[in-house]
Design a protein around this ligand. Structure first.
Ligand SMILES: [Zn+2]
Ligand SMILES: [Zn+2]
Length: 193
């Protein structure tokens, strides 16, 4: 199992979003089993926030392997499905951030107005740390709405033949090649003049 430190190292900083993704992944691995070495686990994420970096490190579902699918719905929803069984887990974040104190509100307003004094920076930092601690220590039930069951598997990552673009000479995979004036071109060359 990967650690939170490894997740933070990959992402570059610790933040509430990343920690949420870490908790999502812990639950997915607990329910569905191991981290994906290959493509035995597929994740669909409905946002491209910090949380997705945690999902990639923890679950082994990565953009490059093709077993991380991004649906741009702007939702805090993460679905994991095992291959070949189709056993799936859909996790929606329901966590509500702790209410802000009057003092925190004031400090945040000052921060938003561009103030970067030690006092304001410390307050913003403390607020973030409090959120991170709250997420790390919350019960699954306070963080997630979970549904489980058989789910439809997305298609396997396919490998396509390469064609050569007639304009730039670079290779382009077949489904992304376009025809322009009777010649095979890549999308940047089709869009160019
Ligand atoms: Zn982040
Ligand atoms: Zn080209």
């Amino acid at each position: 199992m990967k650690t939170l430190d490894e997740v933070v190292e990959f992402h570059g900083h610790i933040c509430p979003g990343l920690v949420l993704g870490y908790r999502v992944s812990m639950l997915a691995l607990r329910e569905l089993g191991e981290r994906a070495e290959d493509e035995e686990l597929v994740a669909t994420v409905e946002n491209n926030s910090c949380a997705v970096d945690a999902v990639q490190v923890m679950t082994g579902c990565t953009f490059g392997k093709g077993n991380l699918i991004f649906r741009d719905y702007g939702k805090q929803v993460y679905t994991f499905i095992k291959r070949p069984s189709g056993d799936g887990l859909r996790i929606a974040i329901i966590w509500k951030s702790l209410p802000e104190t009057e003092e925190e509100k004031k400090m945040w307003e000052r921060y938003m107005r561009g103030e970067r004094s030690d006092e304001v920076l410390k307050a913003v930092h403390d607020r973030k740390s409090k959120k991170i601690d709250a997420i790390l220590n919350a019960n699954d039930g306070d963080l997630f709405k979970v549904s489980k069951g058989k789910m439809d598997l997305p298609e396997e990552a396919e490998i396509y033949p390469s064609l050569q673009c007639a304009v730039c000479g670079e290779k382009v995979m077949e489904p992304r090649a376009r025809i322009k004036s009777g010649k095979i071109v890549c999308i940047p060359c089709q869009d160019g003049t």
